[in-house]
Design a protein around this ligand. Sequence first.
Ligand code: AMP
Length: 114
Amino acid sequence: MSDCIFCKIAEKKIPSKIVHEDDKTVAFDDVNPQAPTHVLVIPKRHVASLTEMNEVDAGLLGHLMLTGSKVAKLKGIAEGGYRFVINTGRNGGQTVFHLHLHILGGRPMHWPPG
Ligand code: AMP
């Protein structure tokens, strides 16, 4: 989508610190990290949020999770543990409307989240 910031990152039209890339996803460092390691994994295809996904997207969603797990290993946080977050919609705290998986690690996480 032409005015979507994460589409622009996926198309390399704006700079980002890319951690991992394959044919379906791009993973890059969050510009405003909330933990020592904070990476976002996005599908290259524009999808506004988890709410827009359905049964035909099951493979892509599984791939997003497995890519997140791979990134956690690449970043050295897998052994210590990490958290996946997908903020969805207004009450979910979503601010960028291109589906993204947050990977947070490098410090103990709190529960419940705010
Ligand atoms: P959310 O609130 O779940 O929609 O998360 C959006 C995330 O995108 C926030 O953690 C932002 O810091 C991050 N973000 C926004 N713009 C950029 C950018 N240009 N490069 C990297 N991360 C970004």
